[in-house]
Design a protein around this ligand. Structure first.
Ligand code: ADP
Length: 466
């Protein structure tokens, strides 16, 4: 870019300089030329008036005028010819062609009154012809013509000198133009160079840095958007790191418990009472089960996270689907004497991925049981409008504190770790439910009051749009 701006400005400067100097030179040369022609023509007209005044044509001779003509020719450094209207030369300052005839198309035009001045360039000379008008009443009567042939070497010399000056000026302009182009392009690309340096720095691994928002408005806008994207990438990277560390931690906990249990059994050698042995072994089995739950939850989440994850869309009766899920979870609710209520306001058939939606709803309803009080209730209702269907899962449970409500959908987030662990929770259930609903282009909303209960509302389009 630096180079392009430099070359463009330089070429432009050269072009303008050449154009300007040519215009100057041509104007000056033209002015000199017309000044010379006007000067000679007015002198010829003056001579013509003299000729007409003394009736030179009639007398055929006039010494004083002849001398004046010679003077004029000398001052012009050229040749002056005076013709009569019958094309006869009555004075020629160069050679004695007196009484000879001079006729050509131009003279004819002058004599016929068609032209008042004819100027012709003949090699290094200029030929100027003007008519001689009679001095009488009829001023337009042509009585003859005056022809002057004057050298134009003075014009050529002036023009050459002007051209030399012009070339010098041109060289100066080109040098100046080059310097200007270099300086201008340097300043125009200065901010871009700084931005490029920042980008290189970020690309070399400093993703947490941002780019200086400098330069022209448009560049500042681009940089600001780029910084926004960098910020988003940073958030993603942070959440990825957090996820990996959470996964390792969650997977390690059951392992550590198992190791402690196994170690203590080993330390006791052969003297382990059968009862204790059984107790430790069943604890280990419980830890293995937990490890299993975490791994299967993680696998579900990973599957839902995959962009390319396929949706197996079929038309499903939603009321029936919810009832099947509730039937499966009923024994769990019964353990704590939790009342299970199903309400259907309308029949709903929707295009969904049955496996994924079952996973989401199972997690929500199971949470309603897990985070409930004994003898509480869980109410699930199904409704729809012309575009969406709604599944509402309400419980009379412990509720979620206001400041935690935003985070419960995060992976591994648990409000009360001890309670979640007690109930076999992994902190992945709501993340799985959220992802599954999002894959259906739906939304999930949460209303909760601490100590009173929680309501999740899932809203999904009746028609799936990929
Ligand atoms: P977990 O496996 O721990 O249940 P979830 O992702 O399903 O993980 O839930 C995250 C956290 O949100 C839970 O640990 C719990 O603290 C809270 N939570 C979820 N559902 C409810 C609910 N119905 N009532 C109260 N708290 C809930």
């Amino acid at each position: 870019m630096h180079f392009t701006i430099c070359i463009t400005v330089f070429v432009l400067a050269v072009f303008i300089s050449v154009l300007f100097s040519k215009f100057l030179n041509d104007g000056y040369t033209e002015k000199l030329y017309s000044q010379k022609i006007d000067g000679v023509a007015s002198q010829l007209r003056w001579l013509g008036d003299q000729v007409a005044g003394v009736d030179f044509m009639m007398n055929d001779s006039s010494n004083s005028l002849s001398a004046q003509t010679d003077d004029l020719a000398a001052s012009l450094d050229g040749r002056v010819i005076i013709l009569k209207s019958n094309y006869k030369i009555i004075k020629d300052t160069h050679t004695d062609f007196q009484d000879k005839f001079f006729i050509n198309d131009d003279i004819l035009d002058i004599m016929n009154g068609k032209e008042e001045r004819i100027v012709k360039e003949e090699g290094d000379y200029i030929e100027i012809m003007t008519p001689i008008y009679s001095a009488g009443k009829d001023q337009k009567q042509v009585f003859g013509a005056v022809i002057a042939t004057v050298p134009r070497d003075d014009l050529i010399a002036a023009s050459t000198e002007m051209e030399q000056r012009r070339n010098m000026l041109l060289v100066a302009f080109i040098i100046f133009g080059f310097a200007f182009a270099v300086v201008l392009s340097y300043f125009l690309t200065k901010d871009l160079r700084k931005i490029q340096k920042d980008v290189d720095f970020i690309a070399s691994g400093h993703e947490d840095e941002s780019i200086a928002e400098i330069g022209f408005y448009e560049i500042r806008k681009i940089v600001s958007r780029f910084n926004e994207i960098l910020g988003r990438m940073q958030v993603l990277e942070d959440s990825r790191k957090e996820f990996v560390s959470n996964v390792s931690h969650e997977l390690k906990t059951p392992m550590t418990s198992m190791k402690v249990l196994a170690d203590s059994l080993l330390q006791q050698g052969d003297q382990v009472p059968a009862e204790l042995y059984r107790e430790f072994m069943s604890d280990m089995v419980a830890e293995i089960d937990r490890e299993n739950v975490i791994i299967s939850d993680l696998l579900s989440l990973v599957k839902l996270d995959k962009k390319a994850s396929r949706m197996e869309i079929t038309r499903v009766d939603i009321n029936e689907l919810v009832q099947i899920i509730m039937k499966r979870l009923k024994p769990l609710a019964a353990q704590r004497n939790i009342e299970f209520v199903f309400e259907s306001f309308r029949s709903v058939t929707a295009e969904i991925d049955e496996v994924k939606l079952t996973l989401a709803l199972s997690n929500l309803i199971e949470n309603g049981i897990k985070y409930n009080k004994d003898n509480g209730w869980v109410r699930v209702s199904v409704n729809r409008d012309h575009k969406y269907f709604y599944i509402r899962v309400e419980d009379s449970g412990v509720g979620i504190p206001d400041d935690c409500q935003d985070r419960v959908f995060d992976r591994f987030y648990r409000v009360d770790k001890a309670r979640s662990r007690e109930t076999g929770g992994t902190g992945l259930g709501l993340a799985i439910a959220h992802n599954a609903v999002l894959m259906h282009r739906g939304r999930i909303k949460l209303y909760s009051k601490l100590g009173e209960g929680t309501t999740f509302v899932v809203c999904i389009p009746l028609k799936y749009n990929a």
